[in-house]
Design a protein around this ligand. Sequence first.
Ligand code: AMP
Ligand code: MG
Length: 449
Amino acid sequence: MSDTERTHGHTHTERADACAPAASARSVAEQLAIVLGSVEPLPPVRVALDEARGLVLAEDVLTVTDTPPFDNSAMDGYAVIRADLLEASAQNPITLPVVADLAAGTDQNPRLVPGQVARIMTGAPIPDGADAVVPIEDTDQGTEQVTILQAPKPAAHIRRAGEDAHAGDRVLRAGSVLWPTRVAAAASAGTSSVLVHPAPRVAVISTGSELVTPGSPTRRGQIPDSNSFLLSAAVAEAGGIPVRIGAVPDDDDVLRAVLTELAGQVDVIVLSGGVSVGAYDVVKAVLKPLGTVDFGPVKMQPGKPQGFGRWPATDSVPGPLIFALPGNPVSAYVSFEVFVRPALRRLLGQETLHRRTVTATVVDGWRSPPGRAQYMPVILTHRTADTEDGSAEGSTDGSTDSIEAHPASRGGSGSHLVAGLAQANGLAIVLEDTSHIRGGDLITVMLTS
Ligand code: AMP
Ligand code: MG
């Protein structure tokens, strides 16, 4: 059958092949344990800082030199000997000769003797002898001589060498995600490249003889391929590098040839469609005989039929991981979120594998099939004016009553309802043994955007 997913939870309304899970069916937790048990962070590679954003460090980064490397000015102004200016004020301006002009980048070091100052710009090295900086705003901005209107505090506006980090200090820890400020920390530590877990290359293939490229004319029986776009975008958003192959027809030889060619080029292959028991379920037909991809059903809705494993090894090099997801777009998306995304995060070396969850209040209830965990696309909204104590919306103190969950499509979890899915910003998780969700119930929701 196709991955037609029910909206109602009565077992007796299901077709024979969709009845209570077979004895071999696994819970979501068991399936996830199998998936994550087969995945390790990709072996580290050294990349230039330009290529490092978003990747996870596989080494500590130590500073090469003190940061900053020398005492320097925090302001545009004048480097001074403070003892010369203890009496300076607006009422008692003090005028001194300017003996040097120090721009950022200069290597000049004019030794100041009492009674002398140097003009200095932000970031320029403090000359020997100077012990404070007077900001330009407290002067007449003179270049030959300058009149100073305020006494500087001790060490005013001097950034000390090593104040940020000392040579040899660890500025970034292995396991850190290189977001922009961390790329900058590596750069200012004097590092040009970092050892990271690379992003996995993920081939995305849709299967189905009914699929055409979006935008091409469709004849009766044809629909646009949306899954390869859905899953490629989701791969990129998870930090992977999508290689979108597009749609291949329900033809075993064609699919086998595509997979064989890709096997040496990518870390992961994500397929959609063709995993059920229909006459043309090409993915199952090609992969099951290999013996390296398991199609045991998962006790979830949607997403019950799906496969996970690897393409066979060549010369004892393991083949890419294979996720064979159901074809219905909602089923494919839910399965991606539940299994593929955590696996990609582990390949990336990320410590956080899972989406954040919140507890939300159900507005209108729905049904869920007993014996299967249900993932219901929902729209989460913050409740505003109607809090009992009149307090503001969106409290951040962990209280749960300010978020409401509505199913994203009127058809409930109908797995073909892509337009509704596009409005959802969460997946409500209904436990295996729950068959009714009622208005007012509290429910756990995985935040998907
Ligand atoms: P299958 O799992 O191949 O039986 O497909 C289940 C349903 O999902 C069918 O209605 C397919 O037409 C639809 N479907 C499969 N693949 C895609 C895709 N790439 N884009 C949009 N719909 C799809
Ligand atoms: Mg199909």
